[in-house]
Design a protein around this ligand. Structure first.
Ligand code: AMP
Ligand code: GLY
Length: 410
């Protein structure tokens, strides 16, 4: 049972379906068209051998606790573990207790002290909404006046309602960013291949922060030595602190890491599979994903080693106006009845994020991120060529896409 409705859940479902019968709740029209059963029934009313929860909101709200109380095997932490993502202020105090390297910061609920602290920082300024904000609660800007406005809008509730009325203001970190997704069964951990996500809407990392415009894996700059360093200095101390607090974390601990000149530092934790990282990670594990995730849920990860094969690149097609004001209802050309490329290309899969079928059966846009088109191959270069060849075959009015995902990566 896969819980969620986007391209991440589509990619998980396709990979799990290699060795298991998969149902997605609620899924979307593109997943269903691909031959995977989607049902509207809530997860708590379904039965199955394994429940994999995609998005953060239900985790923060305690869905995993609820399912475990019903005796189900779940990939996804309870609300106690999910707080690492659910509150940036909690995360920062947790990291201090765990002695994990992260950006210097202050936490504020009142405007006067927030602005006084901001005035002591040097640009670029980093301002984060405390609560969940669908990946859009972070502003990084060198414009002091914009930073001041952002603090005011967040604290007043104007931008993110009650999720924003506490802010974290922190030191800007510089370097390459890496998403290291680590499977954790409460006691043991094993890292998936390092991935890189492209968060800004525009080429060369310009424009607004988004949920992610594309990704690739594995990430060559994140060498095995660096992965070991992140595991030893960031992930392991985190696991110790979780256990010290009595938190049995079974799921994906996704470390958003900045590789700075002073070593790797933690930007954030997510408590779930990344999106679009999963669209490049799930295809790398062959037939192994179901057994692997079952081990996570059952606490049987000890001794597991992973051998991902090949490389993958995913390119996101977003709707007109994304991320500020995405337009929906644009007709998508280039897809067949199964939601895949009408003219299939080797090594290309179309994962549906925000699509639906209209009364005539045509796929139309139905969200900010619309499709994640993944190419797989022996190398990043081959995977990239395939992803962009696939993306070129799919068109809709006003689509937003970055041309530079994984460019120059060898
Ligand atoms: P977060 O949700 O905390 O990962 O923030 C979203 C994005 O904002 C990150 O992926 C980074 O690209 C950027 N970001 C967050 N914190 C910082 C920081 N301290 N310095 C520089 N960039 C940051
Ligand atoms: N790719 C960023 C995220 O999943 O939050």
């Amino acid at each position: 049972m896969v819980v969620g409705a986007g391209a991440r859940e589509h990619a998980l479902a396709v990979a799990l379906a290699k060795t298991a019968d998969v149902v997605v709740t609620p899924g979307n029209d593109g997943i269903a068209a691909h031959g995977i059963t989607c049902v509207a029934t809530p997860a708590t009313e379904l039965s199955g051998d394994l429940f994999v929860i995609g998005p953060e909101r239900p985790l923060v709200d305690g869905l995993a606790d609820h399912l475990r109380a019903q005796g189900k095997v779940v990939v996804g932490p309870g609300s106690d573990g999910a707080a690492l993502e659910g509150s940036k202020a909690y995360l920062k105090s947790f990291l201090a207790a765990a002695d994990v390297a992260t950006a210097a910061y202050g936490t504020f609920s009142d405007e006067a002290s927030a602005l006084a602290f901001l005035a002591t920082m040097s640009p670029p300024y980093v301002i984060k909404t405390d609560g969940l904000a669908a990946g859009k609660g972070v502003l990084v800007t060198s414009d002091f006046d914009e930073a001041v406005r952002d603090v005011r809008d967040k604290l007043s509730g104007a931008s993110f309602g009650s999720a924003g009325t506490t802010v974290v203001i922190e030191e800007a970190l510089n370097g390459e960013e890496c998403s290291l997704l680590v499977l954790c069964d409460g006691t043991d951990v094993v890292a998936l291949a390092p991935a890189q996500d492209f968060k800004r809407v525009g080429e060369a990392n310009t424009g607004a922060n988004t949920g992610g415009m594309g990704a690739f894996a594995p990430m060559p700059a994140m060498t095995p030595v660096l992965v070991d360093e992140v595991m030893a200095r960031i992930v392991t101390p985190t696991l110790h602190e979780l256990r010290r607090r009595g938190i049995d974390f079974r799921g994906v601990l996704y470390a958003g890491v900045m590789l700075t000149s002073g070593g790797a530092k933690l930007l954030e934790y997510n408590v779930r599979f990344g999106d679009p990282e999963t669209e490049v990670l799930a295809p790398l594990y062959g037939d192994d994903l179901f057994e692997l995730l079952l081990r996570v849920g059952e606490g049987r990860l000890r001794g597991v080693t992973l051998a991902p094969t090949g490389a993958a690149v995913t390119v996101v097609l977003a709707s007109h106006g994304y991320p500020q004001s995405p337009r929906t209802g644009d007709v998508i050309a280039g897809l067949g009845v199964d939601g895949q490329l009408a003219t299939p290309l080797e090594g290309v899969t179309v994962y549906h994020a925000g699509t639906r079928r209209d009364d005539g059966g045509r796929f139309v846009t139905a969200g900010g991120r619309v499709l994640a088109i993944t190419g797989v191959g022996e190398t990043i270069a081959v995977a990239r060529r395939r992803a962009y060849a696939g993306a070129a075959l799919v068109t809709f009015e006003g689509s937003v896409m970055r041309d530079d995902i994984a460019v120059g990566v060898v």
